[in-house]
Design a protein around this ligand. Structure first.
Ligand code: C2O
Ligand code: CU
Length: 616
């Protein structure tokens, strides 16, 4: 069973324990001692069972069990022992309401464990422990007053004490924490790109104007969208290595404001398009000019970063493709996959698209996932290679056939092959009514095979290893662990249910502070029940291991890696691009609900108000 399955099993067993104890208490009150005994026995077994589930879960890492080991299991265990000692003999002797209190108390303790895991998770803090224990005590005291009315006077004081402790714990939790902020030093806004291309390069000038529009898709569907220059996707931006890319962003009428973020492109920090951090969002009527040198060849994309979940979903995205100075001949297609108003777009088409390609033509397909959830691409009719991931070429990629390619939100895959004499089909999520067909002559392709049963390509075992500038055995200057989950957060004392990193949500997650030149190791743990595609701005990361297993194939450099429930990713990067960078989940709706933090270089600060929605 996987880590995520074990975590669910542990919750279910905990639920049985809580239900068993509470049911036993109710039966004892009703004077049904035998039923109470039976239910208590079930609850006791479930409580013991949790020792096994927690030990098994601990094998995946301390982050998955910390609150269980330090708080909830000891609490539930102590309460269970108390119930057995105090209620057991009475129930065997025929019961009575006195037996009910310890049974109920054990039920509250077991239920508290569930609540702690679901609402607080990692890391369990002292304030959480105080609140939890005090609440269980308060609930028990209320029970005493209800089932044993004669004890009212004695329990009153204790109840008041327990409630006071709840308040103290709550107060500790909302007390502001000192965050390691830096001030002074270099302003982020001065870290701008160069104004000239490399020798021999040209300046690629593009103007992108954002406006609301109704676009007519190839299928005839008309949808309300937010567009760059009236179209979805926005115009592709292409450049040769060494060119200067100069993009003038104008906002006609997007009231929420817009920016341009160069996803995966390691531009100077001041060009990164993170609103409230590297610039203010461009309001209607405003403009902003971005400049950077096209130094990395490969497949990238751009998108708005202000209210990015809504903005990207509505259509504010496009491809950024940089080719070597002498690009290889052949067909080169860039295909962002996007869901626009419920219609699945591949490139600019929301229906099956066909192209005629002469046999023998070298073909490169650049796949971009611009959605919030992973997509499964399949290619049939040809043996092909996955030649690049997130813009970086793989080493020694072998030929592939009949596999599913799972692409993270925000990620890119480049596929290459030579056009065969028969048709080739590219499908997204197995949808045979859509996608792209390449036909040697005329649109007379047969049906694409059903790829449902094809296995998923394991990137960690694809291609051949080669030297990397650092690896799992390097000496790291900094190490950070990000434990991703969902939970209750407090903003100004107001509770919300948000996507969290180490129990906190944006903007209160402490920044990862580094010094220029540091070698940084980042561990990303998904404790939650949904995938979190992790994206660091301004840097590519080298994947060291996933779930403790090293990458055995080509080195994997990624800017967006999908951390699925229960997974633990170890990645590393060189801090070589000074700035303050967003570091967030690229399910942009999660980022908007708290799952975002900063990577900050010492000595670099932003004069802007960071809290106003860099991620949202
Ligand atoms: Cu493509 Cu901060 O995102
Ligand atoms: Cu997420």
């Amino acid at each position: 069973m996987g880590t995520s399955g074990l975590a669910t099993l542990d919750l279910l067993v905990g639920l049985v324990a809580a239900g068993g104890w509470l049911g036993a208490g109710a039966a004892a009150v009703a004077g049904r001692a035998r039923t109470a005994l039976a239910l208590a026995a079930v609850a006791m077994l479930a409580t013991l069972g949790r020792v096994w589930t927690v030990v098994a879960l601990a094998g995946a890492g301390w982050w998955f069990v910390q609150e269980k080991v330090t708080l909830t299991l000891p609490l539930a265990g102590a309460a269970a022992v108390g119930a057995a000692v105090l209620a057991g003999p009475r129930l065997l002797g025929g019961g009575g309401p006195g037996a009910a209190v310890p049974l109920f108390a054990s039920g509250y303790a077991a239920a508290a464990g569930l609540v702690v895991t679901l609402l607080a998770g990692y890391p369990a803090t002292w304030s959480l422990a105080v609140v939890t224990v005090a609440l269980v005590a308060a609930a028990t005291l209320v029970t005493v007053r209800v089932v044993l009315p004669r004890s009212r006077r004695r329990s009153g004081l204790a109840l008041a004490l327990a409630l006071a402790l709840v308040l103290v714990g709550w107060g500790l939790a909302v007390a502001p924490v000192a965050t390691a902020g830096t001030s002074g030093g270099t302003s982020l806004l001065s870290l701008r790109g160069p104004v000239t291309p490399d020798p021999g390069g040209t300046v690629r000038r593009v103007t992108l104007t954002t406006r609301t529009a109704t676009v007519t898709l190839p299928s005839g569907h008309r949808v309300a969208a937010w567009t760059f220059n009236g179209q979805v996707p926005g115009p592709p931006i292409t450049a040769s290595q060494g060119d200067l890319v100069e993009v003038r962003l104008r906002n006609a009428d997007i009231a929420a404001g817009v920016t341009l973020h160069w996803h995966g492109y390691d531009v100077p920090a001041g060009e990164d398009g993170a609103p409230g951090l590297t610039q203010e969002a461009v309001a209607p009527g405003g403009e902003f000019v971005y400049r950077f040198r096209a130094e990395q060849a490969g497949t990238y994309w751009y998108h708005t970063h202000e209210v990015s979940d809504r903005g990207v979903r509505m259509g504010l995205y496009g491809a950024l493709v940089v080719t070597p100075r002498d690009p290889p001949a052949g067909l080169d297609l860039t295909l962002p996959a996007h869901t626009l108003a419920g219609r699945m777009l591949l490139g600019d088409s929301d229906r099956l698209a066909t192209r005629t390609v002469a046999p023998g033509t070298p073909v490169r397909l650049r796949l971009v996932n611009t959605d919030n959830t992973a997509r499964r691409f399949t290619l049939s009719g040809v043996r092909y290679r996955l030649v690049a991931v997130d813009g970086t070429d793989l080493n020694g990629p072998g030929e592939l056939t009949r596999v599913g390619l799972r692409l993270a939100p925000g990620g890119r895959y480049d596929l290459a092959f030579t056009m065969p004499a028969a048709g080739v089909a590219l499908l997204v999520n197995g949808d045979r009514t859509g996608g792209l067909r390449l036909a040697p002559a005329g649109p007379t392709t047969g049906a694409a095979p059903d790829p449902a049963g094809w296995p998923e390509l394991d990137l960690a075992r694809y291609g051949t290893p080669t030297a990397t500038p650092f690896d799992a055995h390097s000496r790291y200057d900094r190490r950070f662990t990000l434990v991703l989950d969902q939970g209750l957060t407090l903003r100004g004392g107001v509770p919300r249910f948000e996507y969290t990193v180490n129990g906190r949500a944006f903007p209160t997650i402490p920044a990862m502070l580094v010094r220029e030149g540091d070698l940084v190791r980042m561990t990303v743990v998904n404790r939650g029940r949904v995938s979190h595609p992790w994206h660091l701005h301004g840097h590519r990361v080298l994947v060291l291991a996933r779930d403790g297993r090293a990458v055995l194939g080509s080195p994997l450099w990624m800017d967006t890696f999908d951390v699925r429930p229960g997974e633990v990713w170890q990645v590393a990067f060189r801090a070589d691009n000074p700035g303050v960078w967003m570091n967030h989940c690229h399910n942009l709706s999660h980022a908007g609900q708290g799952m975002a933090l900063h990577l900050a270089y010492e000595g670099v600060t932003s004069p802007l108000h960071e809290g106003h929605g860099g991620a949202s």
